[in-house]
Ligand binder design. Structure first.
Ligand SMILES: [Zn+2]
Length: 117
């Protein structure tokens, strides 16, 4: 056979046991989207707004939530500071980490509205 094509898949070595794709972690529970505000070798911190209702003033107030998430080795180059990323709940990995970063979301497709006069 002459047509031996060697398909080169992306040579990302992922030895992360906590990777939902290459390891044996199962994802379940809730997922959140937010902006990446911190990045560590194996961890990111995302932040997002939520609105709560304050009964006394009959108005809504903004609060922020920070969540720590495991960053799998294969996602390390994909997700950077300031990105909009999605994380999904898993079993507790450590005291503060019970989420895993699953994907980066392109803000361009999810639309800032352009105002036309
Ligand atoms: Zn992986």
């Amino acid at each position: 056979m002459e047509n031996e094509k060697i398909k080169q898949t992306k040579n990302i070595v992922c030895n992360d046991k906590c990777c939902p794709i290459h390891g044996n972690m199962s994802l379940r529970g809730r997922s959140f989207r937010g902006t990446v505000i911190r990045k560590f070798p194996k961890r990111i911190v995302i932040e997002f707004d939520r609105t709560i209702y304050i009964k006394k003033y009959e108005r809504y107030a903004k609060r922020k939530t920070k969540l720590h998430a495991r960053l799998p080795e294969c996602m390390f180059n994909e997700i950077n500071l300031g990105d909009y990323a999605e994380i999904t709940e898993c079993r507790p990995i450590s005291k503060i980490i019970h989420f895993i970063a699953t994907k980066k979301i392109n803000v361009e497709s999810g639309g800032k509205k352009q105002w036309k006069v």
